[in-house]
Design a binder for this molecule. Structure first.
Ligand SMILES: [Zn+2]
Length: 338
């Protein structure tokens, strides 16, 4: 197990969103949050102006957020899948790996007590992201789907659409600039795409920054160099900085066509997770991408080497765990001499 803290100069600030109807309570929340951050590790930030995104009913404790957010990058072979469990107990699945990984992903979720999925995110409609989601849709109640709206006719995407429609699941089309609030203190900001205009399906992947306190996770789908450059350009100079993230889900399984230096310099990851299958035919991750990732100083973890990778955070510090790793043998003490 490895741990770290969120100290960073300059540091990303938390993003508080307020609604007109709940502003009084949220001002208190903002004040408590700021006090907590002063005591923790990030500079306090004023609350953002009211937005039209409703804040779910939740009552933070006076001590601020302390319950953990766990993000598990589930080993699905060559593909992406992540399971988030928020402090309020929401279960969120971002991509589901290929169809052949669906049963193992389902088993993993059920073994961890997941009986329903609050939000299923499909970053883009390629089989190595949507295939396993079909198994989840068949076996677990799913309350809402977030996707980019692009279609890719074929077995995996066709089944995904069919199951979503037959189960009458709310379908949200994500676009850059939208913010989602998941309970008391976790939010997700959509950074990409502004529209579905890239002729490469990968380039239209949803990019989400999930924030909890001073911890940020950046999910990049399979975006490539063009989308990375577009992100850096559109977010350059934002105040507070939008791009930095402690944990980066490396784009496109570590392809050499992604993870360009300029993008990585903007993200400044502490932990870089590559979701990739062993001996895959695409030769992911690429040597050049690995070199660029190493240059950031981030700790690099790969699902083909470590199995599933879990990052747990209280919003100020984080720990890493590897749920698939063989349990460390426990040493049984020898019986005391009579
Ligand atoms: Zn992929």
């Amino acid at each position: 197990m490895k741990s770290g803290n969120c100290k960073r100069e300059p540091g990303p600030g938390p993003q508080l969103r307020a609604t007109a109807s709940g502003q009084g309570r949220l001002l208190v929340l903002a004040a408590l949050f700021s006090l907590w951050l002063l005591a923790a590790c990030a500079p306090s930030q004023p609350a953002d102006p009211p937005s039209d995104v409703p804040m779910p009913e939740a009552t933070p404790t006076a001590a601020g957020p302390r319950e953990p957010l766990t993000v598990t990058f589930v080993d699905v072979g060559q593909g992406d899948a992540a399971w988030l469990r928020t402090p309020d107990g929401y279960n969120i699945v971002i991509d589901g790996g290929p169809v052949q990984a669906g049963s193992s992903l389902l088993q993993y979720l059920q073994d961890n007590g997941v009986s329903s999925v609050d939000l299923m995110v499909l970053t883009h409609p390629h089989d190595d992201h949507s295939g396993g989601l079909d198994t989840i849709l068949r076996n677990v109640p799913v309350k809402e789907v977030l996707e980019n709206g692009q279609r890719n006719p074929g077995p995996a995407d066709d089944v995904f659409v069919s199951l979503r429609e037959s189960n009458d699941i709310t379908d949200t089309i994500g676009r850059a600039g939208q913010t989602l609030n998941w309970g008391c203190c976790v939010s997700a900001t959509l950074l990409h795409p502004a529209d579905i205009s890239d002729p490469d399906i990968n380039g239209n992947s949803l990019v989400l920054k999930v924030s909890y306190g001073a911890m940020d996770f950046l999910f990049t789908g399979d975006i490539g160099k063009a989308a990375e450059e577009s992100l850096v350009a559109s977010l350059a100079g934002s105040d507070p900085p939008v791009m930095p993230a402690e944990v980066l889900k490396v784009a496109h399984h570590g392809s050499n066509g992604s993870s360009e230096s300029g993008f990585l310099e903007a993200v400044q990851p502490r932990v870089a997770v590559i979701s990739v299958g062993a001996h895959n035919r695409y030769r992911h991750p690429g040597a050049a991408a690995l070199t660029r990732l190493s240059a950031t100083g981030a700790d690099i973890y790969r699902t083909d080497q470590s199995g599933s990778i879990a990052v747990t955070t209280d919003g100020a510090t984080y720990t890493l765990a590897f749920p698939d790793a063989p349990a460390t043998p426990t040493t049984t003490p020898a019986p005391a001499n009579p």
